[in-house]
Write a protein that binds this ligand. Structure first.
Ligand code: A2H
Length: 253
């Protein structure tokens, strides 16, 4: 981790019908689960969104009248970034547990799949980002390992009330070509390091070291209007386009 603040892109994933019971009171407004990512140009490859079932999240309104769901900690950061009515203040509309919005139906910008679903990931950290993570299993070993766990383990899906159709049809999408690693670099790395599950911490660390640097510095985007360009050259451009289209906002912490 660096010493200065880190810039993330906040991806706005719109909650669609059927709206989870705990979010029904806010239905008249647009409701978004918001995920912090360092890789906005990978949003073409989203297959789902991750929440931690036992984690606390809050519901609050932004100064543009939208309803956001994320951790209180992230909401407070957003308030200091002038995203709420009062700087440094968050009016909490509801406190919820991740498990109460698991299985939520979502539309996420740039994804080739719509809708996508909110699924459980047990390794999400409380003190990073928004506590909500967008899943790109083609390019993130953590995401691929967690999606594969859900696909392979019917008991895990059952435990969290996740229906088969929220998981089984979703496959990693080739979106970035990485020299030597191919166009599904996270899948390649998880195979190479023989990763068994999302809890395989040490091996996942090795896989991430291999994939992230190479993916960012040597990767070529394969999809969308900027296809054929280097990932490092389009990251900012795509972030800007998403912000202009109200699909994303900058978030610092
Ligand atoms: B990234 P850093 Cl394709 N707990 O987004 C665990 N992981 C979290 C998190 C949390 N609370 N909040 C965000 N993240 C993930 C996409 C992606 C990401 C790709 C490739 C690399 C990558 C799709 N998931 O991150 O510790 C999010 O995953 C490389 C590190 O602040 C976020 O960006 O460096 C990244 O970790 C932020 O991690």
């Amino acid at each position: 981790e660096g010493v200065g603040p880190m810039e993330y892109t906040l991806i706005k994933m719109k909650v669609l019908d059927p709206v989870p019971k705990v979010l029904e009171p806010f239905e008249k407004k647009s409701i978004f689960l918001v995920a912090a990512t360092l890789r906005p140009e990978t949003m073409y490859g989203q297959t789902n969104c991750w929440l931690r079932p036992d984690m606390d999240y809050i519901v609050f309104e932004t100064n543009s009248g939208e309803i956001f769901v994320c951790t209180y900690r992230a909401a407070l950061n957003m308030s200091f970034q002038k995203m709420t009515a009062d700087v440094g203040k968050v009016a909490v509309l509801a406190k919820i547990k991740g498990e109460q919005i698991l299985g939520a139906t979502l539309h996420s910008p740039l994804s080739s799949y719509s809708p996508i679903y909110a699924l459980p990931m047990l390794t999400i950290k409380e003190d990073k980002g928004t506590g909500i993570v967008t899943s790109v299993p083609s390019d993130s070993p953590d995401d691929y390992a967690a999606l594969r766990d859900l696909k392979n383990k019917a008991a895990l899906r059952e435990k969290y009330g996740i229906k088969d159709e929220m998981v089984l049809p979703f496959e990693p999408v080739p979106i970035v070509e990485v020299p030597e690693l191919g166009n599904l670099s996270a899948v390649y790395a998880c195979d190479r390091f023989k990763i068994q599950s999302q809890n395989d911490k040490d091996k996942l660390l090795e896989a991430k070291e291999l994939v992230y640097l190479k993916g960012f510095y040597d990767g070529i985007l394969l999809v969308g209007p900027h296809q054929g360009k280097k990932v490092q050259d389009v990251k900012k451009v795509i972030q800007k386009e998403m912000i202009q289209a109200s699909q994303a906002v900058v978030y610092m912490e």
